[in-house]
Design a protein around this ligand. Structure first.
Ligand code: HEC
Ligand code: HEC
Length: 465
């Protein structure tokens, strides 16, 4: 037993040390310290209910896995299927009919944008229970083989699977993350788009641009923030029309720009549904006197970046330069360098109306803090488990493991965020290691000058947002 363990440790070390990363160079901090993103006129004619229906049952993904293949497994026990697939809610996948009239299944926005806190499913909350550390190259190959050999003669089923099968295979090598709970969504877009012609979005057998061999990942932001935002994503890279930007998340299965146009028109409703979302209310009691003291500190120290709450809601849409914010710079460096930016800016997304485009900034946007109590872990890379530690950088754990993977008991109502165990040994798969490039927990030291007493007051106030 002991020998096996030693062997395992050595093997893990060898693998860890032999890994080479193709990390983008850190970009220089820009000359500005703050940058305000101006509003862009948005389409507002959507209907939230239609949007929600379309999100959970619509065909915006175009293609998918033949439902036939998984039918028995799902119908026998849907709850178990949901749990085993790492989804936080039964909305995480949709079964819909393709243009060819074939019933298929595909993941929805809720596979990432529905989360669980305090034992409850919250739509719009990022799903931080997902684990993307496994490499999907072999499963993707097997899935393609299974479907293509089983349905070889049935053209309609193969046509209804084809795009999903191809893009999934291209995406698989690029979505393995080095830490638990973080999402490789940006890499999914990068890996899929490069096999599309920018003008008509059709499949191209040769890639249009190169992708780095480093799987950078991020936390998943709460969707209700979109109401206040003038640009999407942590680096404010998503500009212009939101329906086009949101729809981009479904290119894993869309055939061409004609199908894209049909689906994108429905995204007016999806955008309306997202605009109608409210953050969940803090479920425990709040000490209102303490919260009031915290409000005064917030006004002095935090408001200029994060905005005001309550009766007069304001949000400045400010990007803070890397040097000033000091959080891990790699995600922003990566966004500045990836070739998807050029591809996107000459593509159907940018050229046709309504226009959207990519414009990464050398910094991170100061996010709205509505419902912040529910959205642990914190910072763009999910490297900090509680708000207390966001406000006290010396207390942040270097390696930490969520105490329990789900359900109610694992929330820390005092520090607000996840209960965790400190782990110092490497190789534990559910341990978040902040020493890896891109996953650092440094920076945002604005709470360091506060006394603990003041911190507890600010935290009490943040519970009210
Ligand atoms: C594989 C997981 C995944 C899926 C599926 C997914 N998203 Fe996201 N989404 C993310 C991540 C991660 C981010 C943050 C990326 C960033 O900011 O760089 C994000 C960002 C966003 C944002 C921007 C939020 C903000 O505050 O800037 C919106 C809005 C959004 N997604 C909507 C959607 C919609 C609508 C769908 C379905 C069509 C979808 N997403 C599908 C993971 C996902
Ligand atoms: C100079 C602007 C600035 C100031 C001042 C500032 N913040 Fe931030 N804050 C940011 C930025 C930018 C981020 C995102 C950083 C990242 O994700 O890398 C952030 C992130 C956060 C987060 C994590 C959000 C999330 O969803 O993960 C919390 C909580 C927070 N700030 C609270 C505060 C509080 C409380 C104060 C006052 C004591 C404060 N901030 C002061 C700019 C600022």
């Amino acid at each position: 037993m002991k020998k096996q363990l030693i062997f395992l440790v050595i093997a893990t070390l060898v693998v860890a040390c032999s890994r080479t990363y193709d990390i983008p160079p850190t970009v220089e901090s820009p000359e500005w310290t703050y940058k305000t993103i101006e509003a862009y006129p948005q389409l507002t004619a959507g209907d939230p209910d239609s949007g929600f229906y379309y999100l959970t049952a619509g065909a915006y993904l175009g293609t998918g896995l033949p439902y036939d293949l998984l039918k028995k497994q799902i119908e026998r026990n849907e709850e178990r299927f949901v749990k085993n697939s790492g989804l936080a809610s039964e909305y995480g996948f949709a079964v819909f009919e393709t243009e060819q009239g074939v019933k298929v299944m595909n993941g929805t926005c809720f596979s990432c944008h529905a989360g669980k806190v305090n034992g409850e499913i919250v739509l719009g909350l990022g799903n931080a229970l997902n684990d993307n550390q496994a490499n999907l190259k072999i499963p993707a190959t097997l899935m393609n083989w299974r479907v293509r050999s089983k349905y070889r003669k049935d053209t309609a089923t193969i046509v209804s699977f084809d795009d999903f099968g191809k893009y999934f295979k291209h995406m698989a090598p690029y979505i393995e993350t080095d830490n638990p709970g973080v999402s490789p969504a940006a890499r999914i877009a990068e890996a899929c788009m490069r096999f599309r012609d920018p003008v008509d979005l059709t499949y191209t057998p040769e890639p249009q641009y190169d992708v780095r061999e480093y799987n950078l990942a991020s936390d998943i932001p709460a969707l209700w923030h979109m109401q206040k935002k003038n640009a999407l994503y942590y680096t404010a890279v998503g500009r212009g029309d939101f329906t086009k930007l949101l729809f981009q998340a479904s290119v894993l299965g869309i055939r061409d720009s004609t199908a894209a146009r049909r689906a994108q028109e429905k995204f007016v409703h999806i955008a309306a549904w997202i605009q109608s979302l409210e953050p969940p209310e803090y479920p425990e009691t709040i000490d209102s006197q303490l919260a009031e003291q915290g409000a005064a500190i917030f006004e002095e120290k935090c408001e200029k970046c994060h905005g005001t709450y309550g009766e007069t809601e304001t949000y400045p849409n400010k990007v803070i330069a890397l040097e000033k914010i000091g959080t891990d710079p790699l995600y922003a460096s990566y966004a500045a360098e990836t070739q998807i930016v050029d591809w996107y800016n000459k593509s159907w997304f940018a050229v046709s109306e309504p226009q959207s485009w990519f414009e990464p900034e050398q910094g991170y946007i100061a996010p709205p803090l509505d419902g912040i109590w529910a959205t642990a872990p914190y910072l763009h890379n999910g490297s900090v488990p509680t708000i207390y530690e966001v406000l006290n950088s010396n207390a942040r754990p270097k390696k930490w493991k969520r105490a329990k993977q789900s359900e109610a008991e694992d929330y820390d109502w005092q520090k607000v965020g996840w209960k965790y165990e400190k782990k110092n040994a490497g190789g534990v798969s559910m341990t978040y290691d902040t020493t890896l490039p891109g996953y650092g927990n440094q920076g945002h030291t604005f709470g360091d000058q506060l006394t603990d007493e003041q911190r507890w007051a600010v935290i009490e106030y943040l519970k009210t947002l």
